[in-house]
Design a protein around this ligand. Structure first.
Ligand SMILES: [Zn+2]
Length: 311
């Protein structure tokens, strides 16, 4: 063969609660007699909303995940969206503690069974998926430990990682003991950093939190990009989400990150709220002036560093 087969196309960062199929959400809302929040309709129409509006829309969808069937349906939505663009896998962030404990809307066992059924269905159709358990950064390390207390006993084999998300309100050095515990349990550790918090958070997450993967990293300075490149830390970049939730970061730093040698890959983040898929994200990357050869690098990184492709 003169050319190697292309690397599988992977959605490297998508949230279960933010990936629901809008048609399913509409139906569920109607069935339950709920009015759709205005920010959700606004986001679906492709317009921006303030961050609080995004959270309101996100929570509305999350509240619908109150049964095994609903969780299964949510994973199915991720699979369908991935397939639509020729994708072969996804790393799926999910917040069981929020749904099971904080909201108390379904038992943990029902949650995991819904995910398991969805992932098995995906696998039968040639799409690989894994779960990264998300904890809320601004709730602090005590919450992080509570998340681990919930998920570590009887941890399903499809859970490959642990991550912080939400507002970057708590220093990563304070999270270090939680991250250490997750690693000791065999999980890989990632962090949303440099998105709604300063770029210094990216450096701190790596040096003091010891994370092996960064989500977004948008505000990292050149020295931090050098550090990420040197340590081969993967960075998940989600242009549509960034445009909506970190609109002040212009121009988008993806070309600069790639020039610095950072192992970036594309993800969709919350495509059920901010309409996008891997196709729109590749188009965004192209509109930043990136050539096909660079898009191929994004795809290669996306596969090589994916947790869903781990054995
Ligand atoms: Zn995210």
């Amino acid at each position: 063969m003169s050319t190697a087969a292309p690397f599988p196309l992977i959605d490297r960062h998508t949230h279960l609660e933010g990936s629901l199929d809008p048609a399913w959400v509409r139906n569920e809302a109607a069935r339950r007699g709920l009015t759709l929040p205005r920010p959700l309709e606004t986001l679906w129409a492709g317009a921006a909303v303030p961050f609080e509006g995004f959270i309101e829309a996100f929570l509305f969808g999350a509240a619908l995940l109150d049964s095994r069937e609903a969780v299964h349906e949510a994973v199915r939505a991720v699979t369908r969206r991935t397939q639509r663009t020729g994708g072969a896998g996804f790393d799926l962030w999910a917040s069981p503690h929020f749904l099971v404990v904080h909201r108390g809307q379904l038992p943990l066992d029902a949650f995991w069974r819904g995910v398991e059924e969805g992932l098995a269905e995906a696998q039968a159709e040639g799409v690989r998926g894994c779960v990264v358990v998300d904890a809320v950064n601004h709730f602090g390390p005590k919450h992080g430990h509570a998340v681990l207390d919930l998920v570590l006993p009887g941890l399903p084999p499809f859970v490959k990682g642990f991550s912080t998300g939400g507002l970057e309100g708590c220093p990563f050095r304070d999270w270090a003991p939680v991250f250490d515990r997750a690693r000791a349990a065999g999980l890989r550790v990632a962090a949303h950093a440099g998105e709604n918090g300063p770029g210094s958070n990216v450096r701190e997450a790596v040096l003091e939190g010891g994370v092996s993967r960064i989500v977004h990293g948008l505000r990292a300075d050149d020295a931090t990009l050098e550090l990420l490149a040197e340590r081969r830390i993967p960075v998940d970049v989600c242009p549509s989400s960034n445009g909506a939730l970190a609109a002040d970061v212009v121009p988008h730093p993806l070309p600069r990150m790639l020039r610095a040698g950072v192992r970036c890959a594309l993800g969709t983040d919350d495509p059920g709220l901010i309409p996008c898929d891997l196709g729109t994200e590749a188009t965004s990357a192209r509109s930043m002036g990136l050539e096909d050869t660079v898009l191929a690098v994004l795809r290669r990184n996306g596969a090589e560093d994916a947790w869903c492709l781990l054995p």
